[in-house]
Design a protein around this ligand. Structure first.
Ligand code: ADP
Length: 228
């Protein structure tokens, strides 16, 4: 709902800009020699705007790949593996240790492993990106994942880093579409992640701004009933 609105809005801006630039370029063609520099600049803007619109679409497709929700019984350890594996190399390159909990005692959850893997890897990428790029500032870089039984029927997953944390004035706004503090950021990761978790019947929230700690819940599989 709200996210679709935000995305439609976001795509509408580059599209109307593109229309305006194209019209301007066409009118410059009436006297092309006098407008060559401006024409080149306008084409450059068309290129930039359309690339950005394309990136938004690409990002969305990446998130929602696999189509609808495919729920199955899956162990938390497999979900963690699914989320960690795409981020592992990048973490290592940046000198960050990812700490994975022992989940042996936990029950299976009811989840689409692709979607929840995406949510986890998104939280991990944000945690990795929170650390400054300079490798000389490498002391104590770690990301902790923890998983616990939550309210009855739910398992809670949390991802925490000891980077600079989230500015308090940003707070809950990190979940809004297109809110980003990164030069190359899209600001879609957390908005989409929240949508994916809520589609599972769970919740995703910012538990602490400093240290940055995000948690989400997923329903566990019902316990088998034992008959005497
Ligand atoms: P993006 O990563 O494209 O910016 P997100 O929706 O994933 O989009 O994140 C929105 C913003 O939330 C980020 O730009 C960043 O400012 C903040 N944020 C998210 N996770 C963290 C974190 N672990 N530490 C610090 N800031 C974070």
């Amino acid at each position: 709902g709200e996210m679709t609105q935000a995305i439609a809005h976001e795509l509408n801006q580059p599209l109307s800009a593109l229309t305006n630039y194209a019209r301007a370029a066409r009118s410059m063609l009436a006297a092309p020699e006098q407008h060559l520099a401006l024409l080149a600049e306008t084409l450059e803007k068309i290129d930039r705007e359309s690339t950005r619109a394309g990136q938004v679409v690409h990002r969305l497709r990446e998130f929602f790949r696999g189509g609808g929700l495919r729920l199955a019984s899956v162990h938390p350890a497999s979900l963690i593996e699914e989320g960690v594996s795409p981020a592992r190399r990048r973490a290592r390159r940046n000198g960050i240790d990812i700490h994975i909990p022992d989940t042996g005692m936990l029950p299976n959850v009811r989840a689409d492993h692709v979607q929840i893997g995406t949510v986890l890897s998104n939280l991990l990428v944000n945690a990795i990106e929170a650390y400054p790029a300079q490798l000389d500032l490498i002391e104590g870089r770690r990301i902790d994942i923890d998983v616990h039984a939550d309210a009855p029927g739910f398992i809670r997953f949390c991802v925490q880093d000891n980077g600079p944390g989230i500015a308090p004035e940003l707070g809950e706004r990190v979940f809004e579409s297109f809110v980003t503090t990164k030069p190359e950021g899209m600001g879609l990761g957390l908005a989409i992640s929240r949508t994916l978790v809520e589609a599972h019947g769970g919740q995703l929230w910012l538990e602490s701004t400093r240290p940055a700690r995000f948690c989400f819940t997923i329903p566990s599989m019902p316990e088998p009933t034992h008959h005497a």
